[in-house]
Ligand binder design. Sequence first.
Ligand code: FES
Length: 285
Amino acid sequence: MRLVAAQLVESRQILPGQWLQSFHAPELATGSRAGQFVHVRTGDYSGLVLRRPFSINTADPATGTVTLHFRTVGRGTEWLTRLREGETLDMLGPLGRPFEVDPRSRNLLLIAGGLGMAGVRMLADEAVRDGRQVTILFGALDASHVYPSSLLPDEVEYVVATDDGSLGHRGYVTELLPEYEAWADQAFACGPQPMLARLARLAAGRRERLGVAKLGRKRGGGKTDPAGSVAARRKAFLQVSMEQTMGCAVGACLGCAVMGVDGPLRVCREGPVFAADEIAWEPVS
Ligand code: FES
């Protein structure tokens, strides 16, 4: 974890109210993994001077840049959109635990709802770099909120669902999972909690639906790894990146806790990525 002065290289609005900013921050670009986040202090000193967490959207060690993708939701993020090229931002990171890909996994399914794309976007780069196949399922309200395919690696298959059917599948992105669950070795998701809860419920029944054990696709050979360990997460079919309001982002305030099956979990320390079966999900319709 480092505190760096990240210099703005480029800033642009990519969707209504959503921005993509590129920063020169070589220390972060080389040391970050998909799923991790940075804690940013904005220059909005008129209100609470709280840092804000942002997923690391992409990191490019060759150019020393990281990108952040965010929605304007208040004074802090509005202040960010007014930042000029060359100005710097106080960025603490990388923080949190990353996605854990099983070395045996060839086909990765990434599932994002809305701004959740920022949580999985970097994993697409890592997977393509490592020679894996990637399909991204993306859900949005309507066509005007669909993440531009031009911002994704060419190698990725991109499938869209919109609530109103104005682009792609009409309905929730979770409805697309059954079509891809046999192909995918692992799935990684980020988005609203009801979406993640639906995916977790689907993932829990996957092995039985597909007869995975009968096909010889046994992950771990029956050995049980401690919940939350890297080994356990690598064996999970579904990992989720949880979005949560944060205070300290270093594990001290408990302001980011979510309920896990074995007790509270700090999103900033034990997460933001969890195996889906670590979380005590709220029932969803
Ligand atoms: S934000 Fe303080 S413990 Fe996570």
